[in-house]
Design a protein around this ligand. Structure first.
Ligand code: MGD
Ligand code: MGD
Ligand code: MO
Length: 764
């Protein structure tokens, strides 16, 4: 067995770990207190109040956190309140500075010895920083010089040897200009965080419903008879979704949660904005909680369909035959597959109690309009695309697509990840997009598909890629197989990051490295024609504006669009094939939006409509039963059960987010909703499994993962007894990332399989 070289990430938690019983309630006053603590600790208070009152308000700025939509009607005067939104703001608008002095004080080796938590808390970047070949310090550099160094490197290589990554916070305007620059330069190497996130959703939904986005609106969530939340933890990752679920409950809706962990946010919610509800003690959200085994979802969905087919055969009226006849294809094949499937195998693969599956089937049969929401617990599996297609099968059988209170709801992560894709951040845009882009700008954009995230890492590893540019994000820590990715980045001639704060990707660098500091969402963006706003698209396809309210923390910062323009001018200078006046677009972002309107459909009268209250909805075929597939019908599909057998002595490990982090940004070291204090290097384990192998709470272990003859490891994790199915383990992302094999990806979407890793636990 080949042991992988180990890259240690300094542990975040140095104080002693405390483990309490996980709470069964979420939000309420404790959430308000927590967010106040964060504001006080990291922000200047007047600034904190000024900004928090403008977050997610009309005319204010979009929360830099998640992509959950804002309600159109009643927005509370204290903001659409959200603990983790406030933490995201406190992180961005921090009073601390990682200025040139900070970098002079610490060598790269010293910075590398800091934990992710310490590194992030060092504060906001204020000036472009340059690490020369062989130097051990980043040093301040002028913007023009930095652009010059990047231009020199990019112009020395074949454009397909450069990689341009995007994280999903980037606005529509910045993303559109960025992909334009990258394509004018000559490559489609535009991997993004979506490749590691909802790519499986986009793939499955495009194939089955003809659009890679969800079909529901916020209003649908309020009105659904039944919502099934699968593989998603909204209490932590989409807290504002809880008030939508609460509304659903108060309207008489039912909720089923499918999750190996009993997440407090799904169980009970106390809305901190409604005094009456606080006094009432909040609302029970989930009617039926199903502790599925890791990756048991497809088996569960099949078991449900077996039961529903039985009901259909005995009493009828379960499947929406009129809808199926008019709008779908592949029904007979699906029925044949359900008839062939073995119910007992499905039950045992799901890990659920049969009676619970029967209860869920009854609830589905009794409730007409159904929504299924899902996130990373579904997408980040080898068969992520299949499971989502099975979700679509279930919805189609019930006619629950394209009508009120029903449909698909992949809950997006980053606040503009969906918009970035709409703007062309994708390594495989369709020909129609290229044609319009070319016409709008008089260029010939390359047609050869580029690298997605995993292929980009492999290309760097194999030295086929030499320059890595990141528009936001923290590629090293977010990517799978940390050691493999690190080697890839180190192989590059130059690595460049447009960032707000220091992160580990700045420290695992190419021969030369550059950090370009940008303004954040909450800050004012001043250009020649005055203060600019940007636009973003939320998880439900609503495009709206976002305007920063705080003064930028340093005059040396640039906006992301301005950085793209500066770079494009330097790189494309003298390129006769490209004649784009980059300064013209930066002077007034309306001009960028006019061009977006020419290139991307659905953006007619962009500048006018985005100035309307709440923005506008992009067209969505599935929402109106206009399925843009090859035969214009919604497609049923046949999806095989995955093999879930676990070799003796092994476990399946899933990686999840704590309540105190935003992806790789560590807000704090606690995970309140799971009863954890001061611990991130931990492993959640079933108590019976612990007893079986003689492990106690807080015991130290090493975890080893296995894939195609390769072994990967992380060290000195602490055992936490937890209510998780036997044979399953959970740890945090990104601490668990060294265990995710680069070669283990979802079929078709190539999403790393961060939610199911085959491991053993070695007691120390
Ligand atoms: N505060 C905060 N907000 C965020 C983020 C953040 O890090 N912090 N990240 C943003 C981003 S980019 C994204 S993509 C989203 C992520 O939002 P989520 O998808 O909610 O995040 P995760 O913690 O990765 O895991 C989701 C849930 O899947 C469950 N799960 C794990 N394996 C399985 C499985 O096999 N089957 C099922 N059914 N469930 C499983 C886990 O127990 C967990 O509850 O949140 C966004 N919002
Ligand atoms: N094991 C495991 N791995 C995962 C996941 C998992 O569940 N498990 N989830 C995956 C998912 S869903 C995602 S989306 C990816 C996330 O991957 P990324 O998007 O690459 O990572 P983030 O941690 O969100 O990026 C944080 C950095 O972004 C920078 N930043 C913050 N705000 C801004 C801004 O406004 N502009 C710019 N330019 N930079 C900014 C800061 O410097 C910060 O350090 O990780 C993936 N990796
Ligand atoms: Mo994500």
């Amino acid at each position: 067995m080949k042991e992988k070289e180990i890259q240690h990430r300094p542990p975040n938690s140095t104080k002693s770990l405390t483990i309490k019983n996980a709470p069964t309630k979420s939000v309420g006053m404790p959430a308000v207190v927590e967010s106040m603590k964060h504001m006080r600790k990291y922000m200047d208070m007047p600034k904190a109040l000024q900004a928090s009152l403008k977050m997610n308000q009309k005319g204010g700025f979009d929360c830099p956190g998640c992509a959950w939509p804002d309600p159109d009607d009643e927005r509370s005067p204290i903001g659409e309140y959200c603990e983790n939104g406030i933490k995201a703001l406190a992180e961005e608008a921090t009073k601390f500075r990682a200025n040139p002095d900070f970098f002079l004080k610490h060598t790269i080796a010293e910075l590398s010895a800091m934990s992710d938590f310490e590194l992030g808390k060092s504060g906001r970047l204020t000036q472009p920083m340059y690490l020369a070949e062989g130097d051990d310090h980043y040093r301040a550099i002028e913007w023009e010089k930095a652009f010059g160094i990047i231009a020199k490197q990019l112009n020395q290589i074949d454009p397909n040897e450069a990689i341009f990554y995007t994280s999903g916070r980037t606005s529509n305007e910045a993303a559109f200009l960025y992909q334009l620059f990258v394509r004018a330069y000559g490559t489609n190497n535009l991997p993004d965080c979506s490749n590691m996130c909802h790519e499986s959703s986009g793939t499955a939904l495009s194939q089955t419903l003809g659009i890679g986005k969800g079909s529901v609106t916020l209003e649908d969530i309020h009105q659904a008879d039944l919502i099934m939340v699968m593989g998603q933890n909204p209490g932590t990752n989409h807290p504002r979704m809880l008030s939508a679920l609460e509304k659903n409950k108060l309207n008489g809706g039912k909720i089923i949660a499918v999750n190996p962990l009993k997440e407090a946010g799904l169980v009970h919610y106390t809305n901190p904005q409604k005094v009456s509800r606080m006094l009432m003690g909040g609302v029970d959200l989930t009617d039926l909680y199903l502790p599925i085994k890791i990756n048991g979802d497809l088996a569960f969905l099949k078991a449900l369909m077996i039961l529903l087919l039985e009901k259909e055969k005995t009493s009828g009226g379960i499947f929406d035959k009129a809808f199926i006849d008019q709008y779908t294809s592949g029904y007979q094949e699906l029925i044949a597959d359900i008839e062939k499937a073995d119910f007992n195998t499905c039950v045992s693969d799901s890990g659920l109690v049969e009676a619970d599956i029967r209860k869920a089937a009854d609830m589905i049969a009794e409730n007409k309009n159904m929504i299924i929401c899902w996130a990373m617990g579904i997408t980040q599996h080898t068969n992520g695309v299949d499971t989502i297609k099975e979700i679509v099968n279930l919805l189609l059988l019930r006619g629950s697509v394209g009508k009120k209170g029903a449909g698909t709801c992949p809950v997006r992560g980053h606040s503009n990840v969906q918009g970035d894709r709409t703007m062309g951040i994708f390594e495989r845009m369709p020909e129609s997009f290229h044609e319009k882009l070319d016409t709008a700008f008089g260029i010939v954009s390359p047609r050869e598909h580029g690298y997605g995230t995993v292929h980009a890492i492999e290309a760097m590893h194999e030295k086929k890629a030499k320059v890595f540019f990141a528009m936001g994000g923290n590629f090293l820590s977010a990517a799978p197989d940390t050691d493999y990715t690190a080697k890839g980045l180190r192989n590059c001639n130059l690595t460049i990051h447009v960032s707000t704060k220091p992160n580990r990707s700045h420290l695992v660098h190419g021969k030369e490295a550059i950090i370009l500091p940008c303004i954040g969402r909450s800050e004012m963006d001043m250009q020649e024609s005055g203060y600019q706003f940007v636009t973003v698209e939320n998880s439900m396809g609503v495009v709206h504006s976002s305007k920063g309210v705080l003064s930028p923390l340093a005059s040396t910062l640039k906006s992301e669009p301005a950085i793209v323009a500066g770079l494009a001018k330097a790189v494309l200078k003298g390129n006769e094939k490209v004649n784009i006046d980059w300064d013209y677009y930066i002077a007034d972002y309306d001009r960028i939006r006019s061009k977006i309107e020419e290139v991307v459909s659905g953006f007619e009268k962009y500048n006018e409509r985005v100035r309307e209250k709440g923005g506008f909805h992009l067209p969505n075929g599935a929402r109106v039963r206009n399925f843009k597939t090859s035969n214009n019908k919604a497609q049923f599909s046949v999806n095989p059960l995955p093999d879930l057998t676990i070799p003796e002595g092994h476990y399946y490990l899933t990686t999840v987010r704590s309540h105190d982090q935003y992806n790789t940004t560590i807000y704090g070291l606690d995970d309140r909703y799971r009863g954890i204090k001061n611990g991130r290097e931990i492993i959640f384990m079933n108590k019976n499994d612990m007893n079986e192998v003689g492990l106690k709470a807080q015991d130290l272990v090493n975890i080893h993962s296995y894939f195609k003859g390769e072994k990967r490891s992380v060290f000195n994790f602490k055992i936490v007894p937890y209510d998780i199915p036997s044979g399953n383990l959970a740890c945090y992302f990104p601490e668990g990332n060294p265990l995710v094999p680069i070669g283990s990806v979802a079929r078709e979407s190539l999403t790393p399989t961060s939610k199911k890793i085959l491991v053993t636990v070695e007691k120390l």
